[in-house]
Design a binder for this molecule. Structure first.
Ligand code: PEP
Ligand code: MG
Length: 778
């Protein structure tokens, strides 16, 4: 969790020790610099006295002495600074700064343990699926010092470029400094290449170590080092955080270099990271026409347009209002993590390529342009750049690949899978055994999903085809119909719409399988609420306004999610299933006539089934209508009828359900809702309390609850196979696009997962991860 937890440096110093330290090193300036750093850090991390208050003291001293840089302070200045710091501490805390090294140590250890629970660590864990229960260890280690003078320094470096993946040493260092100074971005660091001329010996040795570390870990390394009086020390190394584009390039390159296998390359790329590459990119033509108002470091790639906000807290508020935002900060700090996460892009005035903003943004896959020194803040919420004045709410665009900054919003175009991305996806497809389908309701979504590698559609939500203004009218007519005659009239209007929609989807999917789910409208989403809509509907249906209002109020449900939806509608009104069957089968017949080579086998899916008899009731309608139409067509055409498993009772009785169902698709949205008894629409309001109290760590609607809901899934698979050994099993709830849930689906023996088009590549990679991990475990 880089940067999420706390550290205390220079521990053990007090008024006595510092004297000895100064003598021992023959360097009083260094000794007092270390001491003042310790007081500052200990006060901040252990005692909750903000770092900033100490910075104010430093700035005042700089002003008084007429200097700009920390390095210009003399030993005497630093000695004086220590006095000021301790004075400030005494007045703020009403006690002396602790001078006993044992107390310093024990308090620091406690503080590091506490930091496991600071808000940014909690947020980071939720974002990255790291369980709270893991807890932390505390390392205590002796130090080497980069602040011993001009023959000392410290830096961070990556063996490859973490932004692009290019195989070239990449990093920054500062002479006469400690690590904090590099990350804080107060002094501008030098690039690692410059170390070659500053300290050739240390540089050569460093390059050598980098090669050895990569060779050992077989992955790009992120290293921290310190040079103490000309001698190089490595402080730490870890696999480096990188952007999605860099992850793909590094993985593919390492295979080409013979360092790793394709399997390892696949495992090196986090499926969730791909998300960043699947979103729109700037329209190249429009980008060329636009003139940048400024440019700075391309810290994390991506195309971001949004409205300017200036604080992380505002970012969260604006995002909740549905705004796309660009967070503009002097520099970011770990407290800003949530605000950064909800932003489209981040722009900072200070900080290098390894500053907090840059490192964290890359980890999140968020576009970031950092260190734009040309930004002049004119107030807390206004700035000028390139002669243009900007204020809160103004539109701004950032190109994280070039570092260019543009006024206004630049239009974007959809992403595509090419180059290293396409290579790695090809490898993933070689290893995965789970098929990946998509949830799509329109030909456009279906085409996008095929572009991203979908092998079929696992869920067409037919009610979603009626959300458009001109269509919802007919849908509403059907819903409020009092008689079968009225309903059939409305259904006749819906029939051609559905048939042509299905034809469009079959065209888009060509030979690939398509599962069409029958109407499952939670009534409250479709009933009119607007007075004008109600008046018009009454006219259309020749009803008195009062009478229609009465019907609408009778249709009001107290628990809409458990109300008159799914197959219950077809049980009450069989003509709905008749119409839908006609639409599906006729669309398939028309498409087969055009493209006989496609061998279309419609998969008809009945939702919200809890009892085999209700499934049979609806299935009988389907079979009657479908068989008649197929016979009339003279085609040799087949279809399947299956069900969703989304009610716990269906999972419990899956062996019975399978006597009628030719396939199961787990609707884990409803299955989660009904297993937990949490309303899908309302749980958001209280789940955050559950996270705070560590009752749950994850949203069960986003990540499958493998213990509870998962048990039902596994059981239903087993029972279903008992009755029908070759039953086809899939999942189409939101979990079908979530990597950890996909691993579960693989283990449970499902044949496919189905997810929204933009998650298809993520699912393909996650499915490969699951297959490779299983193989490795064996
Ligand atoms: C489900 O319940 O998981 C599902 C896919 O159906 P819907 O989300 O449409 O209720
Ligand atoms: Mg459902």
């Amino acid at each position: 969790m880089p940067g999420m937890m706390d550290t205390i440096l220079n521990l053990g110093l007090n008024d006595t020790v510092v004297e000895g330290f100064a003598k021992l090193t023959n360097n009083p300036r260094f000794a007092y610099d270390s001491y003042r750093r310790f007081i500052q850090m200990f006060s901040d991390v252990v005692m909750d006295l903000p770092k900033h208050n100490f910075e104010v003291i430093i700035d005042e001293m700089k002003e008084k002495k007429g200097i700009k840089l920390d390095t210009e302070f003399t030993a005497e200045d630093l000695k004086e600074m220590v006095l000021h710091f301790k004075e400030y501490y005494r007045s703020a805390k009403q006690e002396e700064f602790p001078s006993d090294p044992k107390i310093q140590l024990v308090e620091s250890v406690k503080a590091v343990f506490r930091s496991w629970n600071n808000p940014r660590a909690i947020y980071y864990r939720r974002m990255n699926d790291i369980p709270y229960s893991w807890g932390t260890a505390v390392n205590i280690q002796s130090m080497v010092f980069g602040n011993m003078g001009d023959d000392s320094g410290t830096g961070v470096a990556f063996t490859r470029n973490p932004s692009t993946g290019e195989k070239k040493l990449y990093g920054e260092f500062l002479m006469n400094a400690q690590g904090e100074d590099v990350v804080a971005g107060i002094r501008t660091p030098q690039t690692i290449d410059e170390l070659k001329s500053v300290m050739p010996h240390a540089y050569d040795q460093f390059v050598d170590i980098c090669d050895r570390l990569e060779e050992h870990y077989r992955d790009m390394q992120d290293m921290e080092f310190t040079i103490e009086k000309g001698k190089l020390y490595m402080l730490q190394t870890r696999n480096g955080k990188r952007t999605a584009a860099a992850a793909l390039k590094v993985a593919v390159d390492l295979v080409k270099e013979g360092m790793i296998t394709k399997e390892n390359a696949i495992l090196q790329v986090d499926p969730k990271q791909l998300d960043a590459l699947l979103h729109p990119q700037f329209d190249t033509k429009k980008l060329q026409e636009a003139k940048p108002v400024g440019s700075a470091l391309p810290a994390s790639p991506g195309a971001a347009s949004g409205r300017i906000v200036f604080t992380a807290a505002d970012a969260v508020v604006w995002k909740e209002r549905g705004e796309k935002i660009i967070l503009v900060r002097l520099e970011t700090s770990p407290e800003d993590i949530e605000g950064m996460h909800v932003s489209q892009g981040i722009l900072t005035a200070r900080g290098g390529m390894t500053s907090h903003a840059a490192v964290v943004a890359r980890g999140m896959g968020t576009c970031c342009v950092s260190g734009c020194g040309d930004i002049k803040f004119t107030s807390a919420k206004t700035f000028t750049l390139g002669g243009v004045d900007f204020k809160e709410g103004d539109a701004l665009s950032l190109d994280g690949s070039t570092g260019n900054i543009y006024a206004g919003a630049i239009p974007t175009v959809p992403a595509s899978i090419t180059g290293d991305f396409s290579t790695l996806m090809g490898w993933a497809d070689e290893f995965r055994t789970l098929k990946v389908r998509t949830n799509a309701d329109t030909p456009k979504d279906a085409r996008q999903a095929v572009e991203f590698g979908a092998e079929g559609i696992g869920l067409v939500r037919t009610e979603h085809m009626f959300f458009e203004v001109d269509r919802i009218k007919a849908m509403r007519e059907m819903i409020v119909s009092k008689t079968e005659e009225q309903r059939r009239k409305a259904l006749l209007k819906l029939l051609p719409m559905q048939r042509s929609d299905f034809e469009g989807i079959y065209e888009a999917m060509e030979y690939r399988p398509v599962t069409i789910r029958y109407l499952d409208p939670p009534l409250h989403e479709f009933l009119p609420t607007d007075e004008d809509d109600i008046v018009n509907l009454a006219k259309e249906m020749n009803l008195e306004l009062a009478e229609l209002k009465n019907i609408i109020s009778n249709l009001h449900e107290f628990n809409p999610m458990m109300g008159h939806r799914g197959c219950r509608l077809a049980v009450s009104y069989p003509e709905i299933a008749e119409m839908q069957t006609q639409a599906v089968i006729e669309a398939a017949i028309n498409t087969i006539r055009k493209h006989p080579e496609w061998k279309i086998v419609p998969e008809i899916m009945i939702p919200l089934v809890g009892e085999v008899k209700e499934l049979k009731y609806v299935k009988d309608i389907v079979v009657r209508v479908a068989d008649k139409l197929i016979a009339e067509s003279g085609l040799d055409m087949h279809y399947m009828v299956g069900t969703m498993i989304e009610i716990p009772r269906a999972a419990l009785l899956a062996d019975e359900i399978a006597t009628e169902a030719e396939f199961f698709s787990f609707g884990t949205n409803d299955l989660t809702q009904m297993t937990f008894g949490f309303s899908r629409d309302d749980a958001g309001a209280f789940l955050s309390h559950y996270y705070d109290k560590k009752i749950y760590e994850q949203d069960p609607f986003a990540r499958l609850d493998q213990n509870g809901v998962g048990k039902l899934v596994t059981m239903a698979c087993k029972l279903g196979k008992q009755t029908r050994p070759n039953i086809k099993l899939g999942i189409c709830g939101e979990h079908g696009g979530d990597p950890s849930s996909i691993e579960f689906c693989h283990k449970a023996g499902l044949s496919y997962v189905s997810c929204s088009p933009f998650r298809v590549p993520i699912a393909r990679l996650a499915a490969a991860h699951a297959a490779i991990k299983e193989k490795n475990a064996k």
